[in-house]
Design a protein around this ligand. Structure first.
Ligand SMILES: Cc1cc2nc3c(=O)[nH]c(=O)nc-3n(C[C@H](O)[C@H](O)[C@H](O)COP(=O)(O)OP(=O)(O)OC[C@H]3O[C@@H](n4cnc5c(N)ncnc54)[C@H](O)[C@@H]3O)c2cc1C
Length: 397
């Protein structure tokens, strides 16, 4: 792998950096994890949508999407630079963060020209917001067990059932979802992918408040909801094929993010906190922990670059993506665990008024971090994938 950037790539970096410096408002800056793509309230939602629209108009949203759908057909290296700069600027995740990375590419692949025309640009600009309706109370890891039914009524389906863990449903205009359209078929065969107008009569969104007191996700109930037939994406009863594409994109963004920013923040904390009257960063244990986190962060970075090299050479994806999901989640957990050690009693302060004003932020991270190992497929399922597809081990029963 060549670690040098070309002058054009450096120019691209400079342009994006300059744009971010001029346009990201201070009150939206932070070290965001994917879970933080859900704004805490409507005021923040509107501010983030306004920024997303501005980014879209300047050509900085969904840069790797083809130009005809509102992206800029960016190369893989440009994507890497984009992500580095985005994190460096501590810019907020777009409200459509997951849809842009998972659903947009799926729609580009399976959507009709009319569906692409209607939805793609508006997804990038934030004019439409989306949520994902896959999981159900008895269908998570075993997603194909889903029971929400869409009955064929000629021009439309009638939808009945329930989804759960639906991130950002409270802000969503649309839901892309998996439904059972042929209950008599084997479980992977009778599923279809459709989209639903969340403002339709019969849709009810109920909040699920997490232990951090935040509302990232919801339960969504469907009571005889009428869904036009042209909302079908991909062939009828072949929704599993569509879902596999979405889930592959989802896995690629589910290993946590911003590890380096968080380690930098820990280093800064260690400068300000004291142990036995000395700055914590002089303590041998603290130094060892910080060094170990940095080593793992570097290893993750180079594993990512190995995956990128394969892609640049046109080779099929290797085991790196599943490995990165597991290792990325593991590192986020370690960062947060060490943060609680370092912060001590500051780690339980929720109002941010103490000597460490950002302690409340760390507390939220401690309370939310476990979700990282569950969303986008649990760590156990990722291990199964590596075992079965990379190591050729027998299927788990
Ligand atoms: C932060 C967050 C956001 C989410 N957002 C969304 C969303 O927007 N839309 C959506 O549809 N879903 C969403 N989900 C749901 C998520 O996809 C599921 O929680 C996940 O797939 C696991 O399903 P489950 O919760 O039903 O757990 P289960 O599948 O019941 O698993 C329970 C435990 O059993 C283990 N297990 C299950 N099967 C196996 C196996 N074969 N081998 C080994 N171990 C196994 C699991 O690893 C887990 O530890 C979100 C989840 C989180 C945490």
């Amino acid at each position: 792998m060549d670690f040098e950037f070309t002058p054009e790539q450096e120019k691209f970096r400079h342009e994006f950096r300059t744009w971010l410096e001029a346009n990201v408002p201070d009150d939206l800056k932070g070290d965001y994890e994917p879970i933080d793509s859900t704004p805490p309230d409507w005021e923040t939602f509107h501010k983030r949508v306004a920024l997303q629209k501005k980014m879209y108009e300047a050509g900085w949203m969904g840069i790797w999407w083809p130009r005809e759908y509102g992206g800029r057909g960016a190369s893989l290296i440009e994507q890497v630079i984009y992500e580095e700069e985005f994190k460096r600027a501590r810019a907020p995740l777009p409200v459509n963060f997951a849809p842009i990375n998972q659903w947009g590419p799926t729609l580009i692949h399976f959507g009709t020209p009319a569906q692409k025309q209607r939805f793609l640009a508006r997804m990038l600009s934030g004019e439409d917001t989306w949520c994902q309706g896959y999981s159900e109370p008895n269908a998570g890891s075993d997603l194909a067990a889903l029971q929400t039914r869409a009955e064929d009524h000629g021009d439309y389906f009638i939808l009945n059932g329930q989804k759960i863990w639906t991130t950002s449903a409270q802000f969503a205009d649309w839901m892309y979802m998996l439904v059972r359209t042929d209950p008599s078929a084997p479980k992977h065969k009778g599923i279809s992918c459709i989209y639903l107008d969340m403002h339709s009569p019969g849709v009810e969104v109920r909040p699920l408040v997490t232990m951090s007191g935040e509302r990232h996700f919801n339960q969504v109930f469907f009571d005889n909801v009428r869904v036009p037939k042209d909302s079908l994406v991909g062939p009828l009863n072949e929704g599993w094929r569509v879902a596999m594409i979405t889930l592959a994109y989802e896995r690629a963004i589910s290993g946590g993010s911003g590890h380096q920013n968080q380690i930098d923040r820990l280093r800064d904390l260690a400068r300000r906190l004291t142990i036995n009257g000395h700055p914590a960063n002089r303590d041998a244990y603290v130094r060892q922990q910080l060094a170990q986190l940095q080593i793992e962060c570097e290893a993750l970075k180079y594993t990512g670059l190995r995956a990128l090299t394969r892609q640049l050479r046109g080779q099929p994806a290797g085991p790196e993506l599943s490995l990165m999901k597991i290792a990325g989640c593991d590192l986020v957990l370690k960062i947060v665990r060490f943060a609680t050690e370092l912060l001590g009693s500051h780690a339980v302060v929720a109002d941010g008024s103490g000597p460490i004003p950002e302690a409340a932020d760390w507390l939220m991270r401690v309370l939310n971090v476990r979700g990282t190992t569950i969303s986008g497929g649990t760590t156990e399922i990722s291990r199964n994938i590596i075992g079965e597809r990379t190591l050729g081990l027998p299927k788990s029963t």
